[in-house]
Every structure is written in structure tokens, then in C-alpha cells.
Design a binder for this molecule. Sequence first.
Ligand SMILES: N[C@@H](CCC(=O)N[C@@H](CS)C(=O)NCC(=O)O)C(=O)O
Length: 209
Amino acid sequence: MFTLYDYLPSQNGWKARVLFGLTGIPYQTRLVSIFEGEGRTDAFLDLNPAGGIPVLELEGGRTIAESNAILTYLAEGTQFLPADRYRHAKVMQWLFFEQYHVEPVIGTLRFWTLTGRLELNAGLVEAKRAAGLRALAALERGLKNVPFLVGDEFSIADIAVYAYAHRAADCGFDLADYPAFTAWLDHVLDVIGLGYPVHLYSEDPHSAV
Ligand SMILES: N[C@@H](CCC(=O)N[C@@H](CS)C(=O)NCC(=O)O)C(=O)O
């Protein structure tokens, strides 16, 4: 059986949880106390040299880190990752977009906001806000005439981008100016349903500064 090394407030971990749920692939969870340094132990660094969760452990012990690599691995051969070469590459386009324009921008700003780290990072906040606005504008353009990021079909690109983008209001982004983006939020929620709650950092007392 697969093992998912996870940390519940992580929306990167959330991505894998959603895909496991939608595909019905069985898995077990091993929670990692990232704020208590568990990700920096030799044992964990053997699983992921970068030290972050999520990590997917296959039967037999081989591992895959990086949330979007995990999504790609699990989605292979399913309806959530098109086999068609062009549409497959379009899914990749949005997975890479997410890792450059969403997770380290909206995800990081949200983390700083919700865990009291904004002041610590004061010199970087303005640039992150500007980058977040650029990301939302790009999503608005990309979603103008389509229900999902890669056309008519829901894919792992939607799971990946939704993970942090749908919580942009947590760090002060006003979504009223992005009607195509907010319509897409509804489309994604229609597919995934209400079974994948977002866990707040406040659930983990170790996450505060
Ligand atoms: N790009 C990676 C980011 C992984 C990452 O930064 N995970 C965070 C939780 S969201 C973590 O484990 N941080 C603790 C650490 O890196 O020590 C992904 O998409 O999986």
C-alpha cells in the first residue's frame, strides 16, 4: 500500500489527499511534525533530500517528493491526466505555473499571514503581493473561456492550482475582480466535494513563531 508522509495544514499534502480520494486508491498516512524538526532528521532526508512533505512512499520503499510529481504519478492512466500529448503538456504547464507563481507566492504569503510571520518577512511582502496579483490575473485570463484549466475536463492541474489559490483571501487578496477565476473555484468544488477540509495552521501550536 502507498504511504503518504503528510502534515495536515499543508495544502501541498492536501493535493495528494484529494487525488487519493477521487481515484479511490488506498493509502495510509504518516504525519510528520515539520515544525518540530522531523523533516530535518536523517531518516526523513533519506525519503526526501529537500526535507519537505508530502512524500509518497511506494510499496517496496521507493519514494517520490514534490506534490505535483506525486499527483502526476498517481494520476497516470486515470481520467485526471490526459494521455493526449498536447493536453498532457498543458497539464504540466499549469503544474509548473503553480510551483512558480502560486505556491511560493500565495502559499507563502498565506503562511506568513496565518502564522504571524508577516513582520519577520516585511521586506518581501510587497513583492509577494504584486506577484500574487500577477498570478490571479494570469489565472483569470487562462480561465476566461473554459471551465477547467485544461479545457472541458477536470485534471490534476485543477487540484494543484486550487490548493493554495482558493485560499488567496486568507492573505488579503480580493477575488471580486476575477469572475472567471471565481467561477472556476465553483467548478472545482463541484468535482471534489466537501470531503477534503483545509486544516488551519492554528491546529498545530508548533506552527506559530
Ligand atoms: N514544492 C514542494 C514544497 C514542499 C514544502 O515546502 N512542504 C512544506 C509544507 S507545505 C514543508 O514540509 N515544509 C517544512 C520543511 O521544508 O522543512 C511541494 O510542492 O511539495
